[in-house]
Design a protein around this ligand. Structure first.
Ligand SMILES: CC(C)(COP(=O)(O)OP(=O)(O)OC[C@H]1O[C@@H](n2cnc3c(N)ncnc32)[C@H](O)[C@@H]1OP(=O)(O)O)[C@@H](O)C(=O)NCCC(=O)NCCS
Length: 169
């Protein structure tokens, strides 16, 4: 895999990034775009686990992670998107590494992946391999019908990755 260009920097998001996250979500199909309000709220309330990737100051990717108060050691990756122009450079992996390594109390990572999202599946399986840890997959976690989709391929599987090993500081 090619290395990401060195001028791509990752940083934590603030609520002011909400409209930017909303724009990126719209440019990263098959992500479902939510309201601007949702991105502002999530970037504000989950600032510790939400990151933006910038290429020369231009936002080109993001990771929106949340933690449940009842399971604070589990980082749930709700949305992760990289603009098509910047895919295949390892940025998805870098965003995952950043979210884990900058939250030292995170022990495992969860996400849901649609059956037909090969790129997302490869990204999360690859991250588990890199961290030399397990990747358990629960099929049928969120049925397509529950999500308002007709196609069975839109059923979301639950991926549970962990226990996590830390990357280099
Ligand atoms: C999923 C996504 C974030 C990956 O970002 P990326 O920066 O291209 O990912 P990386 O370059 O870090 O690649 C990670 C791995 O996935 C693999 N991969 C990337 N695109 C792939 C594809 N279309 N099909 C199969 N594998 C793919 C890479 O080869 C790499 O594997 P490796 O580590 O074994 O070499 C990006 O494709 C995307 O934004 N997709 C649309 C939004 C989405 O589906 N998000 C995920 C659900 S929240």
């Amino acid at each position: 895999m090619m290395e990401a260009p060195p001028h791509v920097v990752l940083r934590r998001a603030t609520r002011d990034d909400g409209p930017t996250l909303w724009r990126l979500a719209g440019e990263c199909p098959p992500l479902e775009r939510n309201t601007v309000y949702a991105y502002v709220l999530l970037a504000e309330r989950f600032a510790e686990t939400t990151f933006v990737a910038e290429d020369d100051g231009r936002a080109i990717g993001y990771l929106l992670g949340i933690r449940s108060p009842t399971r604070p050691d589990v980082l749930f990756v709700w949305q992760l998107g990289v603009l098509p122009s910047h895919r295949g450079l390892g940025l998805g992996g870098r965003l995952l590494a950043e979210a884990v390594d900058r939250n030292a109390d995170v022990v495992s990572l969860e996400t849901t992946v649609a059956r037909n999202n090969a790129a997302s599946e490869a990204l999360f399986r690859g991250f588990a391999r890199t961290r030399e840890t397990g990747c358990a997959v629960l099929d049928g976690h969120l049925p397509a019908a529950l999500l308002g989709h007709a196609a069975e391929d839109d059923t979301e599987r639950l991926f549970h990755i962990g226990p996590l090993r830390r990357g280099p500081a």
